[in-house]
Design a protein around this ligand. Structure first.
Ligand code: NAI
Ligand code: MG
Length: 332
């Protein structure tokens, strides 16, 4: 029996997550669902953004679905973004972020790429300090171990989707120690796995330009935490924007699916939240973590059919409801 820990979070999280849970229930009939709390509202109520109980439930289930959290733009004593805590505490060290063309809503057809982002270190270790009142310093951590783990997952994904190209993205010309270690560690693993012939490299600035100029030329894009965060949001333009961008935080025997978007306070409660990113995140959990490829394809196929038939019309205040009904009906 599969167990799923559901963490809706803040803003539109609680609006889009139940749709994805319904989809998984249809595809995995013996699913057991448990609910847990995390985020800004949780912090305000309990003083803790990710309660111990949430971490325990996640570990017990081995699989989760997360909505989004709101984070204040200024520092709040004791608060750290819930999703960063979850990723670090649960060892969710790789983040898969696929981007593909969808009918009517994508600005261009023929795109099918995936950003594989290191998810536990880089600049996101969150070690900042003021060296003086006029100078702030952030540390960037890169380890051989985390880079190798990312490369091993990349090899696994490459095999599953018969990757034609794997692009390591870094900035080793300016950051030879951190980016150099990242590049060399990834390269060694991928070459040892027989993937040397499809492997290439790009500096991150050139990669950003080429993701705009020739997105269809990319397949797997493998990079560090901050670069992956930025490049995957940028690339999501090609799938139809953040409302369609899914992700999977992937650890050892544990995974947390999560739409790339945030809590979208500007539309929360208006019915406009599009659940497609959450639905496609559920498909990633099915395919990569539970290895239920057929079920993942059925879910993606239902999204594809729905988009074809609705011709990408703006559903306004009916978005959550209509997309939900349309996709779930096509799974049944
Ligand atoms: P956002 O992703 O929440 O919203 C950006 C824009 O995209 C907004 O105009 C929003 O209405 C739209 N949008 C996002 N998801 C949508 C959906 N499913 N359907 C329709 N429209 C959608 O990013 P923003 O505004 O920069 O951040 C808002 C809050 O979310 C902040 O507190 C931020 O810290 C947090 N955040 C959390 C993330 C997470 O939980 N992983 C990721 C990014 C931001
Ligand atoms: Mg982001």
């Amino acid at each position: 029996m599969k167990k799923l820990c559901v963490i809706p979070g803040d803003g539109i999280g609680p609006e889009v997550v139940p749709v994805a849970v319904e989809a998984i229930k249809l595809l995995v009939p013996d699913l057991e669902v448990v609910h847990a709390q995390a985020g800004w509202a949780c912090f305000q109520q309990t003083g803790c953004a990710v309660p111990e109980r949430t971490l325990d439930l996640m570990r017990e289930c081995g699989a989760g679905l997360f909505g989004a959290v709101q984070s204040p733009a200024h520092q709040v004593a004791g608060y750290r973004s819930a999703i960063l805590t979850l990723r670090q505490q649960l060892g969710l060290s790789v983040n898969l972020r696929p981007v593909r063309s969808w009918p009517f809503i994508s600005p261009k057809s023929g795109i099918d790429l995936m950003v594989l982002r290191e998810n536990s270190e880089g600049l996101y270790v969150g070690r900042e300090h003021m060296a003086s009142p006029d100078k702030a310093i952030a540390e960037r951590h890169i380890s051989r171990q985390a880079s190798e783990l990312l490369a091993q997952r990349t090899a696994q994904v490459a095999q599953l989707r018969q990757a034609r190209r794997i692009t390591l993205v870094h900035k080793a010309n300016v950051l030879p120690l951190t980016c150099g270690l990242f590049r060399d560690s990834c390269r060694a693993v991928l070459e040892a796995q027989g993937l040397g012939s499809v492997l290439d490299e790009r500096l991150v600035d050139v990669a950003a330009l080429q993701l705009i100029e020739q997105p269809e030329s990319f397949d797997l894009v493998v990079t560090t935490n901050l670069f992956g965060d930025v490049l995957s949001d940028l690339a999501s333009y090609w799938s139809g924007g953040l409302a369609t961008a899914p992700s999977l935080n992937w650890g050892q025997g544990i995974a947390l699916a999560e739409p790339v978007h945030g809590s979208a306070p500007d539309i929360a409660g208006s019915g406009r939240a599009n659940p497609i990113a959450a639905l496609l995140s559920a498909a990633l959990l099915l395919r990569y973590h539970w290895e239920l490829d057929d079920q993942a394809s059925r879910l993606e196929g239902a999204v594809d059919d729905f988009l074809k038939e609705s011709k990408g019309v703006d559903l306004g205040a009916q978005t959550t409801l209509r997309v939900s009904a349309g996709v779930l009906e096509r799974i049944k």
